[in-house]
Design a protein around this ligand. Structure first.
Ligand SMILES: Cc1cc2nc3c(=O)[nH]c(=O)nc-3n(C[C@H](O)[C@H](O)[C@H](O)COP(=O)(O)O)c2cc1C
Length: 385
């Protein structure tokens, strides 16, 4: 979120007065609650069930708006039935649950990597009770994963990055991404039926930045799509701890903004234009500081392709982490609601892709200061035992 520099100093000055009166140092205020990010420590040592140990990695998957729409049914021994929590979708921005399914693909890949670490082969059968249609999600499970003991199963070196992976929304520095780095990211997804592209060429960057910005304008200026995001804003540590999902805003700045009534869910939902404008300013800062964009494409847009794209994306994110690179998806121009369709077509043309293909993920790539982990729900919340 952006605010003018003068405005920022004024807000911080006022908060220092408020906090000073309460005897608190500004920097200690409103930190990310440790409990909300405990999942990033990895599997709890007391957990013996390899399925639960693998799930503690899967829970860290990147996923739209961090809604974590996952249910892992463990009632069958040595297997997990993976079900979509249909209460955690984003129908306005993601009307066909394409992005939600992509997030499920990332979850499954981390589950597979986690299972291998404990000497289990994860045999994944997608849609064992029948496929979902492409237009809507069904109530059929996404997949059944059998845990087959195989002591020599190949360990995945990317496991070492799972606890370090982040979505990084900071400005990136101007250092170029190299051909070698992009090739390594591409190679990390070789086992999946997806295409990978990237660019750091100035003219192409400018064109793609412009599309991303206009797409963002469309999303923010349509109430249904904007409010869908606002509803999952978790502003300040108490809300973050209560939900452990959604989009987190915390720290002295946001604490002060909320205390002063300048930034709150209620204010944003009341149609207030300043909060909307802050969102637009925020994306402009990101776009202006992006040395490379990359994308993952499938030939068709069926559910299996979406799962594959999610697996490819999380592998790319893990490989980028290993290389010291930051990533952030920019999904607005990929969204499939009517007002966005012209942008979606323009975006595909800008990437020189055939109309029949689907850009499943489009993301910033570069170097940035480390960012903190995002919250995760307790493992028990997603398990049905
Ligand atoms: C399909 C998909 C679409 C996403 N789109 C966006 C996006 O448009 N903007 C963004 O900042 N993050 C986007 N993300 C990243 C998620 O918001 C992020 O994974 C989530 O908040 C959890 O944070 P983490 O990746 O740091 O664990 C997307 C992730 C997925 C899987």
């Amino acid at each position: 979120m952006a605010i003018s520099r003068r405005g920022f100093i004024r807000v911080l000055g006022t908060s220092a007065v408020i906090l000073g009166a309460g005897g608190l140092a500004l920097t200690q205020v409103d930190q990310m609650p440790a409990q909300a990010i405990e999942g990033w420590k990895g599997p709890p040592p007391n957990v013996r069930d390899p399925r639960v140990r693998a799930l503690s990695y899967a829970l860290l998957a990147p996923n739209p708006h961090n809604l974590q729409p996952w249910i892992a049914d463990l009632r069958e021994p040595n297997a997990i039935t993976f079900i979509l929590d249909r209460t955690r979708r984003l129908p306005a921005t993601d009307p066909f649950s394409r992005q939600i399914t992509v997030g499920c693909g990332a979850f499954l890949e981390l589950l597979r990597i986690g299972a291998a670490e404990y000497g289990y082969r994860a045999d994944i059968v997608a849609f064992p009770n029948g496929d979902w249609p492409t237009s809507a999600v069904g109530d059929q499970p996404i997949c059944r994963v059998a845990f087959v003991p195989e002591p020599n199963v190949a360990r995945d070196p990317l496991l070492a990055q799972v606890l370090k992976r982040r979505t990084n929304r900071s400005p990136y520095d101007a250092t170029p991404v190299t051909e070698g780095e992009a090739s390594a990211i591409h190679a990390s997804m070789a086992q999946f039926p997806v295409q990978f592209g990237w660019t750091s060429e100035a003219g192409e960057l400018a064109k793609l930045r412009n599309i991303a910005k206009r797409a963002w304008d469309i999303e923010i200026n349509k109430d249904a799509t904007y409010y869908e995001s606002v509803k999952v804003y978790r502003i300040t540590a108490d809300e973050i701890l209560k939900h452990r999902d959604g989009l987190s805003f915390h720290g002295p700045f946001f604490w002060s903004m909320r205390a002063l009534g300048l930034f709150s869910k209620e204010k944003a939902l009341s149609g207030d234009t300043t909060v909307r404008q802050q969102s637009l300013d925020f994306i402009n800062g990101q776009l202006a500081n992006t040395p490379a964009f990359a994308w993952i494409v499938t030939e068709t847009n069926d559910r299996r392709g979406q799962l594959a794209a999610g697996a490819a994306y999380v592998r790319a994110n893990l490989k980028a982490t290993e290389l010291g690179l930051a990533m952030q998806p920019l999904s607005q121009a990929l969204e499939e609601y009517p007002e966005m369709l012209p942008m979606l077509a323009e975006h595909k043309r800008a990437l020189a892709l055939p109309e029949s293909s689907t850009v499943q993920m489009f993301f910033r790539l570069g170097r940035a200061a480390p960012t903190e982990p995002s919250p995760r729900r307790a493992l028990d919340d997603i398990i049905r035992a």
